[in-house]
Design a protein around this ligand. Structure first.
Ligand code: NAG
Ligand code: NAG
Ligand code: NAG
Ligand code: NAG
Ligand code: NAG
Length: 324
């Protein structure tokens, strides 16, 4: 039975995120028990017909331009995946998503160490994508570079052999990552200055704003945050004038299961205050945005962590964040 005022959710998605959001809000509003049962089609067993009255004249809420954004997990550092961030095809596709945030964070955030190697080429294994890139990087298709000269973008047309090698590695790497996930034990990851350059180059060339989550699990004996590695990363990226927003740690409510050591809300708040004062000391980041505490869904003990955090660092962060 066709009904002019209702359409399946699938169709709503086609008219745009704004409208779909309004429709969801309408569906999520508490049911009015006094309303006549007009919404339920009589006799249609197991099926519910929902009447949607979408008000397209006025907005209920207006989201930011970057409402739909994306995240990259630091596991891409493994085995040269990060080299593909300079792929012309990927950058072209990512440009379609701008304006958006690119959040570099995930489970492995708190296992990430920055290393400002003077000569990273020496530490590279071969032959792998890294090895090939090392040889091709210097003559990355000149015309592509010319195209993006104003922005200083480094974009590459990767040789097929590199893609093939990476495909071979992919299956193997996937197993390693899965194993870490299942056993909930993660190995330390090293982010070199060169990898950070590649990450930033990708974000910048694609028109995405990078949010970088620093490792919060580097701790002093009294459980306060040891900022020395973060400071070295901040200094490096400030030297490069990288426009980055910052976070400290990922899902701190999970630290007990992840590392067998917990960090409470007030301690994390103090760590954020410490990070803010570090940022203020560095001219490039004196007005940078700081987001946190990146907790999991706020319920039960996670709420206690959030409350402790807010008391200490509520006025220090530019946005309070949590994950679904
Ligand atoms: C990872 O690094 C931390 C901090 O340096 C260290 O305490 C820990 O033992 C390392 N873990 C592994 C598995 O090497
Ligand atoms: C902080 O970490 C650095 C390097 O990991 C180490 O050299 C330093 O001793 C640590 N500081 C404290 C107070 O433990
Ligand atoms: C914890 O230890 C660090 C490094 O040793 C020190 O700088 C800091 O003042 C200590 N914090 C407290 C509250 O004692
Ligand atoms: C850094 O990026 C933010 C977000 O895109 C932008 O608003 C700001 O103007 C930029 N800052 C500088 C110094 O370019
Ligand atoms: C939070 O943790 C810190 C450091 O481990 C500790 O000194 C403090 O007493 C704790 N605060 C609360 C409210 O549990």
């Amino acid at each position: 039975m066709p009904c002019p005022r209702c359409c399946p959710p699938g169709l709503l998605a086609l008219v745009g995120p704004g409208l779909a959001l309004l429709a969801q809000l309408a569906l999520a509003s508490p049911p009015d028990r006094r309303a006549p049962p007009a919404a339920a089609a009589p006799g249609a067993k197991g099926r519910t017909l929902v009447l949607l009255d979408v008000n397209t004249k006025s907005a209920v809420r207006v989201t930011g331009d970057s409402f739909l954004s994306l995240q990259l997990d630091p596991s891409i550092i493994h085995d040269g995946w990060i080299d593909f961030l300079s792929s012309r095809r990927l950058v072209t596709l990512a440009r379609g998503l701008a304006p958006a945030f690119l959040r570099f964070a995930g489970k492995r955030t708190d296992f990430l160490h920055f290393q400002n190697l003077k000569n990273p080429a020496k530490s590279r294994g071969g032959p792998g994508p890294d090895y090939y890139l090392k040889n091709y990087e210097d003559d990355i298709v000149r015309s592509d570079i010319a195209l993006d000269k104003q922005k200083g973008c480094k974009i590459a047309q990767h040789p097929d052999i590199m893609l093939e090698l990476q495909r071979e590695k992919a299956a193997q790497m996937h197993l390693v990552l899965l194993k870490e996930q299942f056993s909930n034990t993660y190995s330390n990851l090293t982010l070199t200055a060169r990898s950070l350059d590649k990450l930033y180059n990708f974000a910048d060339c694609s028109g995405l704003h990078l949010i970088f989550a620093l490792n919060a699990l580097r701790r002093n004996p009294n459980n306060s945050w040891n900022s020395s590695n973060a400071l070295s990363l901040l200094k490096y990226s400030a030297g490069k004038k990288y426009n980055i927003s910052w976070e400290l740690g990922n899902e701190p409510n999970n630290y007990r299961t992840l590392m067998g050591r917990s960090v409470n809300g007030s301690q994390l708040g103090k760590d954020y205050v410490q990070l803010r004062s570090l940022l203020q000391l560095i001219r490039t980041y004196s007005r940078a945005s700081l987001y946190g505490p990146n907790i999991g869904r706020p319920r039960k003990n996670v709420i206690a962590l959030l409350e402790g955090f807010m008391k200490v660092a509520g006025s220090t962060v530019d946005a309070v964040t949590w994950q679904q």
